[in-house]
Write a new protein. Structure first.
Length: 115
C-alpha cells in the first residue's frame, strides 16, 4: 500500500503552477483571473472561497470575490454569470454552493461557460 500525502502533493502542484504562470506572464501572457461569486453568509462557504483567494495569490493569479445577499433573484444571478462569461478579463468563474433554496443550482451551474 502506498500512502499519499495530499498536503505535499498540493504544495508541489502549487509550486509548479507558480513557475508555469511566471513563465507565461514573462512571455507576454496575461495574468490569469479567477472570479468567485458567493451568495449569502454561510461561514463554511466564506472559508472555502477565502482559501481559493489565498491559493490564487500563492501562484500569482488575480482573484475577485463578488458577494451577493441571499435575497438575490435567480434571474439577477444568471445575469451576473452571463456578464462574467462575456468579460475577457475573467479566465475562471466559480459560484459557491450551496445557493439559497429559491435558486436552481443546476440552472446556475449550466449557465457557467466552461470555455
Amino acid at each position: 500500500m502506498k500512502l499519499l500525502d495530499g498536503k505535499h502533493t498540493a504544495a508541489a502542484l502549487k509550486d509548479q503552477l507558480k513557475l508555469d504562470n511566471a513563465a507565461w506572464m514573462e512571455s507576454g501572457g496575461k495574468k490569469p483571473h479567477l472570479v468567485a461569486v458567493i451568495v449569502g453568509d454561510d461561514p463554511a462557504s466564506k472559508a472555502y472561497v477565502a482559501s481559493k483567494e489565498r491559493s490564487c495569490a500563492e501562484v500569482g493569479f488575480a482573484s475577485t470575490l463578488i458577494s451577493k445577499p441571499d435575497s438575490i433573484t435567480e434571474l439577477e444571478l444568471l445575469d451576473l454569470i452571463e456578464e462574467l462569461n462575456a468579460d475577457s478579463e475573467v479566465d475562471g468563474l466559480i459560484v459557491q454552493l450551496p445557493l439559497p433554496k429559491h435558486i436552481d443550482e443546476q440552472k446556475v451551474i449550466l449557465a457557467i461557460n466552461p470555455s
